[in-house]
Design a protein around this ligand. Structure first.
Ligand SMILES: [Zn+2]
Length: 406
């Protein structure tokens, strides 16, 4: 079983875009041998791996992934990334994984367009640890899916959040968590779920949500900012004004409000600026949180709220377009297979993020301005195909690159 799962994991670790991709490499004797030396496991045929994954309960690989992530907190490698020195930022968001024009399984979500065409699809809700320097690691996944048979209403992100939160608490019981989420999350149930587990949260607040709270904010929005500051980023001078208010009440919860107004201007005197480089408009970033906000922590909390974007950029986009092929139908007919491939992808992406931060890969990337991680991985796979173990050759030195004389 270990060898079969390692084979599935290896496909994603080596950024092969399909089962066919890794099967083609596997036909090369050198590759199969290198794989075994590297991973300590024989590489099975992709169809064999798929068949096993179709018959494996998805909770198995998912719990292996969560054990792997728990180990990171034990090693304290991520301590510097905590908010307010205590809470690990965990972004929660959903993404589409596959869609079909026909019913794929009894659990598909469905949507019917105006012209009557029905789409069948699967969504997953992710809780990912996100850090300022771009790490994005899946702590837990919960599928948004319908029960088999009759039901009144389709499953949805909010219902899945209740299940995801319970899973997160069950598997990381003592982890101090701050949930970061988009404008769907400011509602009584999410506030109470987070408080019940002893978590902090920072949620995007849209003008149209929490009507009663919005009325209490009319005055605070008009007042002078309680803190302001600026920094220079990529040739822009970014001026920020912060307003906040504590002790707002919504249903059973006490919440705080943060607004950051950000105006970008070119970091050079107006008369020297090229004509078309106009100053930017002011963008407003508004959040609700259960942190007690003050002048000392408002900047950190506002920046923390914005880490949420990393789940879309470093998380979903990299997995869809950075060589992992999230969205590819690795397993067309089986829901279990689909989920298990998804979990292996999450593990491989986590491992590769640490490999890509390793000194040697960084050095390779800095050698040439156009060098890409994808190209380095391509060379790695070529090396696995063509590198020869010296013991296999009649003369131990043939085909081996000799170190240059000192
Ligand atoms: Zn389905």
């Amino acid at each position: 079983m270990g060898e079969l799962l390692t084979g599935g994991l290896g496909m994603f670790l080596l950024r092969q875009d399909s089962r066919n991709g890794i099967n083609n490499k596997r036909r090369e004797a050198g590759f199969a041998k290198s794989f075994e030396q590297c991973f300590g496991a024989r590489l099975a045929h992709g169809d064999t791996i798929a068949e096993v994954l179709e018959h494996t309960d998805p909770e198995g690989p998912e719990s292996v992934k969560m054990d792997l992530m728990s180990g990171l907190f034990g090693q304290k490698v991520l301590r510097g990334d905590r908010l307010c020195g205590k809470y690990y930022p965990v972004a929660v968001d959903a993404t589409g994984v596959v869609s079909f024009d026909h019913r794929h399984c009894p659990h598909c979500l469905t949507r019917t367009s105006k012209n009557g065409a029905t789409t069948y699809f699967h969504y997953v809700l992710e809780a990912k640890l996100v850090t300022r320097d771009g790490l994005c690691l899946s702590l837990a996944s919960e599928w948004i899916e319908n029960p088999a048979g009759e039901f009144d209403k389709q499953d949805c992100e909010r219902k899945a959040f209740t299940r995801l939160a319970a899973k997160l608490k069950r598997n990381y019981p003592r982890l101090p968590v701050c949930i970061l989420a988009d404008g769907l999350y400011p509602y009584g149930g999410a506030f109470e779920t987070c408080e019940g587990y002893g978590w902090k949260y920072i949620f995007v607040l849209k003008d149209s949500t929490l009507k009663s709270v919005q009325e209490d904010l009319v005055l605070p929005r008009r007042r002078d900012p309680k803190k302001s500051g600026y920094h220079v980023r990529d040739g822009w001078r970014v001026a920020c004004e912060y307003r906040f208010e504590n002790g707002l009440e919504y249903k059973k919860s006490k919440i705080s409000w943060i607004e950051c107004g950000e105006t970008r201007t070119r970091d050079m005197p107006r008369e020297k600026r090229p004509e078309k480089q106009k100053d930017g408009e002011t963008h407003r970033f508004v959040y609700v949180t259960n942190f007690e906000v003050d002048r000392d922590n408002v900047m950190e909390l506002s920046a923390g709220g914005r880490l949420r974007w990393k789940i879309e950029n470093e998380g979903f986009n990299t997995q869809k377009r950075g060589g992992y092929q999230l969205g590819h139908k690795f397993c067309r007919t089986s829901l279990n297979g689909l989920k298990n491939y998804y979990t292996l992808l999450q593990m491989a992406h986590a491992i590769n993020q640490f490999v890509e931060r390793d000194g040697e890969v960084r050095e390779q990337l800095s050698c040439h301005s156009k060098e890409t991680v994808k190209n380095i991985w391509g060379m790695l796979v070529s090396y696995m195909i063509f590198a020869r173990d010296p013991e296999d050759l009649p003369d131990g030195n043939v085909g081996r690159i000799q170190p240059a004389p000192a």
